[in-house]
Design a protein around this ligand. Sequence first.
Ligand code: ADP
Ligand code: MG
Length: 564
Amino acid sequence: MPANNSILRSYGAVPYSHMKPPKTMDRLDTWKILVVDDEPEVHHLTEIVLEEFQFEGRGLALLAAYSGEEAKEMVRSHPDIALILLDVVMETDEAGLDVVRYVRESLKNHIVQIVLRTGQAGQAPHQEIISQYEINDYHSKVELTAARMITIVTASLRAYRLSLALLKLNDALREELDERKRAQAEIHRLTQFQESVIDSADIWLHVMTETGQMALWNKAAMTISGYMKAEVADEGALWRKIFRHDGHLPDQESVWAEFSSHDHELFDREVPVLCKNGEVRAIIWNSRRLYDHSGDPMGMIFLGRDVTEQKMLERQFRQAQKMEAVGRMAGGIAHDFNNLLTVIRGYCELSLIRLNEQNSLYLKLKQIDRAAEKGENLTRKLLSFSRNHVVTPSVIPLNKLIREMAEMIGRLVPKNIELVTRPADAEVFILADPGQMEQVIMNLVINAMDAMKEGGRLCMETFSITINEEAGVHGNGLAPGEYASLSISDTGVGMDEKTLDRLFEPFFTTKEKGKGTGLGLSTVYGIVKQVNGAIKVTSEPFKGARFDLYFPRIDIRRKIDEQF
Ligand code: ADP
Ligand code: MG
């Protein structure tokens, strides 16, 4: 298309609103130049000078404005104007500069080139304005020859093209930056997702790099060990704190040998850890070496399952089984033994009838009978422990029971022992054999008195308690539910770990020969178990002992309702 066709001939009388350039004006093969001047003559001259002008093979499209306000409207509706040839003084002395401010500040258009044209040299703007508003050049109209104008337009279009290219590059860069930010946000989101998955697992998980740095330390590792990741940041700290060579913990070499044998894979190997609070926990480990795509080792992953509670329950279970076996055996022996005693006492009685009391054999036989009688008492205890005893359960109000027992015991306890009862606010009921319950209390009270030879306080207490899921599982092996508790505590010599471990075994006693039978607590155990109760013992050497007995609580009102 010839260049002169693309020149807009729309000066003079044509009002601005009709001057909207035809569609062809928006085409890319022309450079848009806005001529702003209140003198039609200037437009005319400019048009003549630039009629044949081309830059880089493209002609010009001249837009015309006759005032500052018109010019603003033009720039706003044509963001692709490359150059403004701008008169300074029009409707006001500063109309041209107003246009400049509007273009640069309000429209934020920094690529359109601006060349000021002044009527006289004195109207030239100050240097600060020229640099502040990125003005390319200014000339007085008088000295503006055609050749000079062409040079100015050429230079300005070159500058415009460069700015445009830079702007496009900038846009491309910003887009790339945005894309990168989006990708980073996505990676962040994925990482968080992974972390939350890893943290929600109930398994200890940590990863050690080849150089011995802690790369991953999940929430379970933190909860079980009590250490934050920063506290075990490297392998040295881990060994020093968690796999410490200390008494019951295996030493570092042997543990490490375990970990690093089997080609760095470890399956279901138990290695205890030392927690921050001093507790030792049993952990079953699986570990394996991690490799990258090219087969180079990256580190080791360790998965640990905390089996401390499980092991404790297993131990309790084994203990219970042992007790049951011992009980059954004791029961069997007691039964046979009781028969033998019956025979012995029978013959004693028969012989005693025949003898008169002055006979020297009479007293001896009496001694045999008495010993046999004691034996019978012993076997009775054994039998009740082994559950061969016939029991007749009835509803027992615990508060009433401890009040009655306190009255009876009151006569027995020495002066240096204070006897206290603390009944629950409301009466609590259980289902048990009253005679057996009395025996339970007696056995516990006797032990407490034995433990307080130097005096102290003996307390009998009752209360209601609800065992919830949590306490049921981790506490004392009781199923969740409503319980009545009877506690007997003393301020005596207390017990060490070893005694606590064997306390309920039949014939276990720490008392001197002839003093203890070791059957008191095993009997208590048998009776409480028989009514689906449980026993919790708390004691430390020299700090007294507390026996909490739990019995299923009877809702007495419901029982009565059921009967009627
Ligand atoms: P015995 O009283 O005949 O020794 P028990 O079965 O009643 O047998 O008690 C076993 C052991 O438990 C006792 O020898 C004693 O070491 C310990 N023991 C029981 N109750 C207490 C207590 N209240 N304070 C301290 N030690 C106790
Ligand atoms: Mg005893």
